[in-house]
Design a protein around this ligand. Structure first.
Ligand SMILES: [Zn+2]
Ligand SMILES: [Zn+2]
Length: 344
């Protein structure tokens, strides 16, 4: 089969490799679609997760079951499924506390098990969910990005009628804004403000207040005007920028929550005096696995129309073009997918 592999930092190659064997508790998926994530681009650039090369890339995927392990029940050949990259071990101290996504012995697509940028990929059966026939695979590939966004929103703990500021109009910022601001969302209604630099991206955040701060000398004033007198209840960092950390913390109300969603490697200066004085909370949100069912339900929510976020699809053979487009966001690209003929 064809697989897009990361051979070393900066070295991506489309190779012909054997179709992976599956274990007794796994399914083999014929890939229908798989989306490019910001973290795939980070992996190519700097390998922050210490991936052991070579590895088949990609972690956001959906497709058709073509082989079922001998111990698996509830799945049949031909089933259409969305998959989740996080494979918790189920027995370590973190798993025993119910924190599967923080498992210390985790397997994860494209980190230490084969990823989804291939014609076929294996998945453990508990990491797959059936999807309705009317959901295209391109949208179903968003199940995991939706899961992690739901986790970040949960970490924000915004009270009903409260105010939430999302800094960054990349695919995740837009996705969070859409989930939180949608009238069909079962999260308590809050005022959602999305700040970014590109009008075309902000336009995807239907129902949210959107503010373009590009070139604005003092974005604080512009963003502060949308919060109540005390400031925002929560700010989610959806852009990897130290300046955004400073800005976000300054916009919080006392006892507000700052959610670090974007990867910002290394040390970032933070005014801890403000944290002390105003009893601020700084919390992380990176991954998630137990919001998978909720995420799959959102895929079927017609009002959310998640498929609109997939702006471009490419065959795997055009990977250079697809990765470059995802990196630059040119041509009004938001989420870029690889689609496979066999899966459509
Ligand atoms: Zn991702
Ligand atoms: Zn574990």
């Amino acid at each position: 089969m064809k697989a897009l592999q990361l051979l070393d930092v900066g070295q991506v190659a489309l190779l012909e490799i054997p179709v992976p064997d599956i274990k007794a508790d796994e399914l083999l998926i014929r890939t229908g679609a798989t989306t490019i994530c910001t973290s795939d681009l980070n992996d190519i650039r700097e390998n922050p997760f210490d991936i052991a090369f070579p590895i088949t890339m990609g972690h956001e995927g959906a497709g058709t079951v073509v082989q079922v392990g001998s111990l698996v029940q509830g799945f049949s050949i031909g089933d259409r499924v969305a998959t989740h990259p996080v494979h918790p071990c189920g027995s370590c101290a973190a798993c025993r506390r119910g924190w599967g996504h923080l498992c210390t012995a985790m397997e994860h697509f494209a980190i230490n098990r084969p990823g989804t940028f291939a014609e076929y990929y294996p998945v453990r059966h508990d990491r797959a969910r059936h999807i309705p026939d009317d959901i295209p695979f391109t949208a179903a590939a968003l199940a995991e990005p939706i899961s992690v966004c739901l986790e970040a929103l949960a970490q924000a703990c915004v009270p009903a009628q409260g105010t939430l500021l999302i800094l960054g109009d990349g695919p995740f910022g837009v996705l969070m804004a859409r989930l939180e601001a949608s009238a069909s969302s079962n999260i308590s209604p809050v005022k959602t403000v999305l700040a970014g630099w590109q009008d075309f991206r902000l336009a995807f955040a239907r129902d949210a207040v959107t503010l373009n701060t590009y070139g604005v000398r003092d974005p604080y004033v512009m963003l502060r005007a949308e919060a109540d007198e005390l400031g925002y209840d929560a700010v989610i960092l959806a852009v990897g920028s130290a300046a955004a950390v400073r800005l976000g913390l300054s916009l919080l109300r006392p006892r507000g929550r700052f959610v670090v969603f974007s990867a910002l490697p290394g040390e970032t200066p933070v005014d801890l005096f403000r944290v002390h004085l105003d009893e601020l909370a700084i919390v992380g949100a990176c991954s998630d696995e137990d919001r998978f069912d909720d995420a799959v339900a959102r895929l079927g929510d017609a009002e959310l129309r998640m498929e609109e976020l997939i702006t471009h699809t490419f065959p795997l053979a055009r990977h250079e073009e697809a990765l470059a487009l995802a990196e630059t966001g040119h041509d009004r690209a938001l989420k870029v997918a690889f689609a496979f003929q066999a899966g459509l």
